[in-house]
Design a protein around this ligand. Sequence first.
Ligand code: HEM
Length: 957
Amino acid sequence: MKTLLLILLLGTLLSSLSSTGQTSNQPSSASSRVQQLSPKKEEAAELQACAQMVLGGFLQVPNVRDQRFEGKVTEPTARCRGGQYAVQFRTTPWVDWSRYWGAGDSSSLPTGFLSVKGPQLRGVAGALLDLEYQRIGLIKFNLFDNSGTYQTFISGSADVSGPAVKTWPEMRLPKGNPYYLAVGGDGEQVCKGDLIRTRTLTGICNDIRNPLMGSTGMPFARNVEFETTFPDLGQTTLTQNRHGGRIGLLTPDPQVISRKLFTRLQSNPASCNAGFGLPNNSPDANCDYQKAPFFNVLAAYWIQFMTHDWFSHMDEGHNAPGGYMEVGCKSELVNNVQTPLSPEEVQKLGCRPADQVDKTYVLNDSPPGQFTAGGRTYLSRAPKTFANNNTAWWDGSQIYGYDEISLKRVKRDPKDPAKMLLEPVPGMPGPGYLPILLPNAPVQPQWIGQESVAFPDNWSIGLSFLHNLFAREHNSFVDEFRKQTAQNPNADSGVRNPSDPKHVIRNKDVTADELFDVARLVVAAEIAKIHTTEWTPQLLYNEPLYKGMNANWNGLLGPDDPDVSKALSDVMVHGLGTSKSAKKETQWYSVFASGPGIFGLGSTVSHYDITNPNDINGGINLFGSPFNFPEEFVTVYRLHPLVPDLIEYRDISKDPNRVVEKVAVIETFEGKATEAMRSRGLANWGLSMGRQRLGLLTLHNDPQFLQNIRLPRLDTPTQQIDIAALDLIRDREHGVPRFNEFRRQYGLRQLTSYDDFVDQTLPADSRARKQQMETVTQIREIYGTHVCDSSKIITDAQRNPDGTPINDCLGHPNGSVVDNIEDVDTVVGWLAENTRPHGFAISETQFVVFILNASRRLFSDRFFTSSFRPEFYTELGVEWVTHNGPGPQMMEVGEPNGHRQPVSPLKRVLMRNIPELTPELQRVVNAFDPWARDRGQYYSLEWKPRPDAASDPAFKQ
Ligand code: HEM
């Protein structure tokens, strides 16, 4: 079945890649109402449509941005893959695959057909195809490096086309870097020796031929054309036409947007108390929030924990020095005119005009250079760039450090320096807790008293939980290694020193420092695996994404076809990966990767030699653009609505089904988290956050406490800040295009009015639809309307279905009043997206950003590809990552959603390091699904307790 699916995918994609032509961006001829047929007739019509689809040929990957695949398919294709339902909503801007057979819960499977399997295969394989087309388009059209290599990407170098270029002078270590001479100085730079054995502190030498890539302090990249960034600067006629001078750093007013569109509505404000709850953590407190039935609070903190590994605009918890700026609560749109807020209105809204904040750090704001290629002039970078003050690698840098200062906060156990320091806490079982930052520690004053970790900012109970958990996991690995060494001291550990590769390093010869570094590699890879195969499939809870995410890690072939996997891997690394042709190096590579999976690519090639740079580095692919996260990636991770105001606290030693207290998250801020953790223990917090649902990513769902948070580090009149408003301000400072252009740039259909935010698949009289319409009215009030001018072209990233350029009227008659949909902030836009694929906790706009960057994060990192080898990880390390712990693979009971699968990696980590949770976790399949939920049948989202949790009050709400 897996091989069949793969052949179907590869065959279809490759035949389309080898020719050229137009995409399916054609006017829709479908009527949106087609009469319902009997199942038999419907099935026949679908099969006929499939034949028509095949005869119509395959989609082509075009050479021009505005003709790319937009997630919309032809009518026969939609009918073949999803029947009438898929056809019916083709005219909406939202991607089609979400309405294919099998892409939802059991109601997405046909009834009365000859078999369910056929349509399900058509639907799911079709969805995967659409997603792969999107990924190919994204790799082709959305890579914009800000560090000086963009001209090469467009123009190529010598005889190599741009996307196939693999090394850049800009990625050399500069003179003055302590390792400059070690990597080759002025000559060819290639990392070697100790620099390549493990993950380095600042992230240099992950790519041994581009030592600087991904290291601390490198500029954030972009995923959108440089010309379209900083729309409020009006750099081009297109951006001027798009926004008509209506937008600015504080226009529309970010605090007003926050209060009107982001605030969680409370049925009983007194029992919420602005997010502080009630005295003594009374369980009678209540802060209403919109909850996701299939994703828990642990998952919310997980993603904050991840972002602290991947990126940071801030440096040691602060932004740029040199004064504070205002942050709004000054004006609102009244009848399309910006009007100052009266004191009464300020009070009614609850915003604060006296709030101020430090400005974002700017790396480079000198005017960017220009170059011409193919008759077109390009900017060589964005008008301003910003540094990523963390390593861009998925290297556990939030735990292990990313520069000299953060490293000082990483405490190793003096008794066994291979381990992290954990201190016993009286009365608490287990191996102990992270040590505390004392007043003489290298930290900002606000962090004193909280746990000592490399990335200490915005600390609260969830981060405390995850940092403690993974410090324990680090030590568990070391313990197991020590145990095996005691049993077998002379056995080959697997690890090698590239300076002396023939020398076998026995278990007993592995030094404490080496073992610490190996444990870091293992923990980082485990975290990446949890994120890819456990967190993401629960964030995107449906069958195509389960398959897609597993394909990124294990490959569509999975472990069942190791020979085919290995053969494909060889073809990729020695064939496609060394090609000078852009098409082979990028599009074919991306497609083939779905066979063996990205993880471990190049690690199974024949005759692997640790002294050969081609073997060590051979599995990575950068697609012509050095890896760093783009600003647009940070935007879609502004996920503050995930966090509840109050944690429903449970005590595992009593009845897990009882909520004994409601603890305000703000009462666990910074050092208070550490107190809370040490006094109540990992097991109770794990149970509490594992059972509670997180906040839906939608409007009217930002935590109250984050809108009013007090940050003592701010030397401002209020010392308070509205983080939800700040999310908008920071994006504007970083020049993120507004929502509609953002979508076009990523190859998603534009919206033509605020009304497009209403989910057309809902019945017209449903409550949800009415609420969405009310929100649309609010959006219209805030962002306004204008009389349009069809002579003004507003984008070069997309065209109208008839091929004409898109203008200010967005398809409405010239001179009519149209919505200022172009001005909607990106965060507002994706929160307002109500039409989402089944089980998607995020919107399709956020998702498309992940398709590109989540794949690239794996494709670019040699420790996840060709250096995933015992020579670096040890034999035990490779086994640990592959099997989710020591020993053979453990399999999950039954076949959840029809899949026989291993016990998931986070579940293993939790049971290993907090054994008190084992009875609770026995029945949990995915550690990010609320633990007491009955998962029911095929991707059910129902909020229903498993039998032993029937008395849990969470299910009565
Ligand atoms: C108790 C929970 C949280 C607190 C107190 C908190 C607080 C903050 C603060 C103070 C900032 C810095 C604003 C600035 O000056 O630019 C920030 C930024 C950010 N937060 Fe949170 N946050 C929390 C949870 C989360 C969660 C769950 C996520 C999910 C991913 C998240 C994602 C982000 C991102 C992406 C940024 C921007 C970082 C950057 O620009 O480098 N936060 N948060």
